[in-house]
Design a protein around this ligand. Structure first.
Ligand code: ZN
Length: 574
């Protein structure tokens, strides 16, 4: 490991002092969130019990008889490793989570109890559903870099240092380091050092699980992932995760998404999803993968930005989620994901989609259908079924694997690094619109009926009401808001003043969706930070009509589900 040597060298070199950052975009990179920083200091008056009620409790269970004794050993150890990562994630979310006694209400009244419960959901004192405002008295705004940077570090300071000491840029911008200060220098500590005790324990659990695993590909992944926890070298285990096959137990465990790092979008958060794979459903969906090259070809951008020779192996796992931890359990619940994020792996192996079938079903019944019934014209709401929803979720995930990974003409510059803090929201919006656009391409090829595609458009509009409720500061929420406003501006969403209900204008949806897809893909292909910023700003404000609809949903339809996992109770008898 070079990290320590690198960082110490940087510390010595930095004794010469910092130069001022001229910046090439006139901001310190926090413009998007900075605009909210002033109001973020004011805690909203909403009661803790009302906040808690927005999350409908759901118990996620599974068929215990699928697990023989060996499998139970595997699952039990995966759950225990997940809990270690959960503690690490608390620190990644906010360093203050290490010392909750200094800020967490300790009282035994209902409000204090609800506050503690809500802190558990939000993994800290900021409400994701309230644009990140604090909900605990005396707590300031959320640090932009969460727990991965010193709380007062600005993007300008960081960028100036990186510009002056380019030899440490890789370490400082790595997915797997924590950033700190050492005198005048900015230093990077690898995760394996920063979180050594927990990662050592988690690695030990993974090795026990590997030894009990009957499936060779699973054992290989777990062994390599255990190594990665201690070396920060994730590449090999990411590849093995892609090559898991014929496994019932389907773990996704490690540092993955960069959403928490609103400063730059560099730092990967620890999380874990433990699933049981449904081989029949998985194969049914994998039959769609043969169409991926044609979907890349049909992206609404010039050919020079397409990846026509990309490896589209793209495995799909449909799983029953039995346990989630770390970022996976924070706030709004993930229904599907597309990993890994490492572009080297994606280029060579494609990426894998994991669909959390029981979570998708629970959200459709508890949230999306009731929302549609309140905000859409009745005839359109009636057409909404779980199938187009499930298919669109799948296409969203497949679409994360379509389009530019690198800025065109800059083979070393990933889109993620070019768009930094704006990347996550833009990428989520892209996945949505490219997904719906691509389903249109498939419908035109006869894979789906035209009627089904209409239901997809209706579902797309209904779903934006579901996901803007995640808050305009959250990547998916912001991604939904800009889509809604774009479709609204282009007439693809209609509104009736009298009924105060919306409808998808089916005739205009295909054009508006592919126009927007083209614009988002081009911003990514060109790594156009200023353009992305302008796009997010232009479409990032809620219209009064949408606000009105959200107010009507408030307190009536829950915003999300709050899972508890039956496996914990089962484990006690194993
Ligand atoms: Zn996504």
């Amino acid at each position: 490991m070079l990290d320590t040597r690198w960082t110490r060298l940087a510390a010595l070199a930095a004794a010469a002092g910092l130069t001022a950052c001229t910046g090439d975009r006139g901001t310190d990179g926090t413009a998007a969130t900075g605009a909210v920083a002033d109001v973020s200091e004011i805690a909203s008056a909403e009661s803790m019990e009302a906040r808690l009620a927005k999350f409908a409790p759901v118990t996620l269970t599974f068929d215990e008889s699928l697990l023989d004794e060996n499998r139970r050993t595997v699952v039990k150890n995966l759950v225990e490793a997940s809990d270690e990562l959960d503690r690490i994630f608390e620190l990644q979310a906010w360093r203050g989570n290490a010392d909750p006694a200094s800020w967490l209400p300790a009282g035994d009244d209902a409000e204090s109890r609800a506050a503690r419960e809500y802190v558990r959901i939000m993994v800290g004192p900021w409400d994701q559903l309230d644009d990140g405002r604090p909900f605990i008295d005396g707590v300031g705004p959320r640090p932009t870099g969460a727990g991965s940077y010193p709380e007062d570090m600005t993007a300008a300071e960081f960028e100036a240092f990186v510009a002056q000491y380019p030899e440490v840029a890789d370490k400082l911008t790595s997915y797997y380091t924590v950033v700190g200060r050492y005198g005048d220098a900015i230093v990077a500590t690898p995760y394996s050092e920063a979180y050594r005790d927990r990662l050592t324990a988690a690695a030990e659990n993974l090795r026990i699980a590997a030894a009990a695993a009957e499936n060779a590909s699973l054992a290989k992944f777990l062994e390599e992932r255990a190594d990665a926890f201690l070396t920060d070298e994730y590449y090999e285990s990411e590849v093995s995760w892609m090559r898991l096959s014929d496994n019932l137990i389907d773990p996704t465990i490690g540092p993955y998404e960069v959403y928490e790092d609103a400063l730059f979008g560099y730092k990967a958060s620890f999380e874990s999803y433990i699933g049981l794979r449904d081989p029949v459903e998985s194969e049914r969906l994998e039959s769609l993968v043969v169409y991926l090259p044609s979907l890349e070809e049909n992206l609404p951008i010039p050919d020079e930005h397409k990846y026509l020779d990309r490896a589209f192996t793209s495995p799909i796992s449909v799983v029953t989620l039995i346990y989630g931890a770390g970022e996976a359990r924070k706030g709004t619940q993930t229904i599907a994901f597309n990993l890994p994020n490492d572009p080297r792996v994606r280029e060579e192996e494609g990426s894998k989609k994991v669909m959390l079938r029981n979570v998708i079903d629970a959200k459709f019944v508890t949230i999306l259908k009731p929302i549609a019934e309140m905000v859409l014209d009745e005839d359109q709401a009636a057409r909404l079924t779980v199938d187009p929803y499930f298919t669109r979720v799948l296409m969203h995930e497949l679409a994360h694997g379509l389009g530019p990974d690198y800025v065109t003409g800059h083979p070393d510059l990933t889109v993620n690094k070019a768009l930094r803090d704006l990347y996550s929201a833009l990428e989520e919006a892209k996945a949505d619109v490219v997904g719906t656009h691509s389903l249109g391409v498939l419908a035109a090829q006869g894979v789906y009926t035209e009627e089904f595609q209409e239901e997809v458009y209706i579902d797309h509009v209904a779903d934006m009401f579901r996901c803007v409720r995640f808050g305009a500061e959250e990547a998916h929420g912001k991604g939904c808001l800009i889509q809604f406003n774009y479709l609204w501006e282009n007439g693809a969403i209609d509104y009736d003043d009298e009924t105060t209900r919306f409808r998808a204008v089916i005739d205009l949806m295909p054009g508006a969706i592919s126009d927007m897809a083209g614009q988002l893909l081009l911003l990514q292909a060109t790594g156009d930070y200023a353009g992305a910023e302008a796009f997010l700003e232009r479409y990032g404000t809620m219209t009064p009509e949408m606000l009105g609809a959200l107010e009507r949903l408030d307190g009536v339809v829950p915003v999300d589900i709050r899972p508890t996992y039956a496996v914990k109770e089962m484990m006690e008898t194993w």
